[in-house]
Design a protein around this ligand. Structure first.
Ligand code: SAM
Ligand code: SF4
Length: 327
């Protein structure tokens, strides 16, 4: 078991499989993005060794694959299969833009992937293109359909951007829950590196958002007395089979129940999304560290996991943008 100094049991690892992406969402990365050379990223054998250690020696039980865009990593089905068969790992999930799921959903499900969180900020194809710069809604729809047919669990993630998708679009997405048993989750935009000014100006709080949805679609009731589902606080529209989740990392952070650590594509253990503190695992691994050495480095890093972001004090994560950390 990996405990931090506040007594939190950290057992959920979010792994960025690549810093690269086939889209360029405005809140995530600039259009002219420079990526790391592949040799600087964890290779499959290095990734597998670390996953074995996290599971067998530190008690990690859940893995989420993310990026960049995880579906562009070569050999993805084999990576999923390895992780799903790693003793101790109970759940393998993925966060994706769904562009490539039309062909990948079935092989990934067969390899042991259980769930996908699909990022979709609007149902309007024109706006979708605008926010992702390069994306096509048709491809996403085909990816969603393929995921349903493959039997994957699905949640939808919407990053809310003021004056862009904070009115009709959030309402249209909420309407999906009146028809289907899905969870639609609204994520407060977080500031990172170069694009921080834009992001901070565009934050829409959970409270404001609930007001907008409620004014259009009626009463929202709290689910499970507000106990968080992962990082999301859940609400339901009257009569809806689905739920609405609010992930308010900026205005109402969920640090007390945070059980996660992140492994960046270049093999750094990132202890908090919104803090720059990282521990390098790949350099010692490549320099011949033993499993005992690596276990000690990881356990020490986790013990010092920070509590809370520093946004109120204007401390903004500067070393990486979101796609390099793995959201
Ligand atoms: N490419 C995949 C995707 O978009 O789902 C996985 C990586 S992406 C970095 C993970 C999640 O982070 C997505 O749901 C994305 O919308 C979200 N995200 C990206 N930039 C963000 C920001 N500045 N604030 C909040 N969420 C952000
Ligand atoms: Fe790519 Fe995901 Fe970032 Fe969009 S949010 S640019 S899909 S990594």
């Amino acid at each position: 078991m990996a405990l931090d100094k506040f007594g939190r049991n950290i057992n959920y690892l979010r792994i960025s499989l690549t810093d690269k992406c086939n889209l360029r969402c405005v809140y995530c990365m600039p259009e002219e993005m420079t990526f790391r050379p592949s040799a600087q990223l964890m290779q499959d054998d290095e990734l597998f060794r670390l996953v074995d250690l996290f599971a067998s020696r530190l008690g990690f039980r859940k893995i989420r694959l993310t990026g960049g865009e995880p579906t562009i990593r070569p050999n993805l089905a084999e990576i999923v299969r390895y992780m799903a068969n790693t003793p101790g790992i109970e759940t393998v999930a993925m966060t994706t833009n769904a562009i490539l799921l039309q062909t990948l959903a079935r092989p990934l499900a067969e390899a042991g992937l259980q769930r996908v969180n699909i990022s979709i900020d609007t149902l309007d194809p024109y706006k979708f293109k605008k926010i992702t710069r390069w994306g096509s809604m048709d491809e996403v729809n085909a990816g969603i359909q393929a995921s349903i047919e493959a039997g994957l669990g699905i949640k939808f993630n919407c990053v809310v951007v003021r004056n862009f998708n904070d009115t009709e679009d959030v309402v249209e997405l909420a309407k999906l829950t009146l028809q289907y048993p899905y969870q639609v989750r609204y994520i407060e935009m977080m500031p990172f590196g170069d694009v921080a000014d834009f992001q901070q100006a565009g934050v829409v709080s959970e409270e404001e958002l609930r007001g907008t949805i409620s004014a259009a679609l009626g009463n929202l009731s709290l689910v499970d007395d507000g106990v968080l589902d992962g990082e999301a606080r859940l609400y339901k529209l009257d009569g809806a089979p689905g739920t609405l989740g609010f992930i308010s990392s900026v205005t109402a952070p969920f640090c007390a129940s945070c059980n996660r650590a992140r492994l960046t594509a270049d093999g750094r253990l990132r202890l908090c999304l919104l803090r720059d503190k990282e521990v390098d695992l790949l350099t010692p691994l490549r320099a011949g560290a033993t499993d005992d050495d690596l276990e000690q480095i990881i356990a020490d890093g986790i013990y010092h996991k920070p509590w809370g972001h520093g946004l109120d004090d204007n401390i903004i994560p500067l070393t990486r943008v979101m796609s390099e950390i793995g959201g």
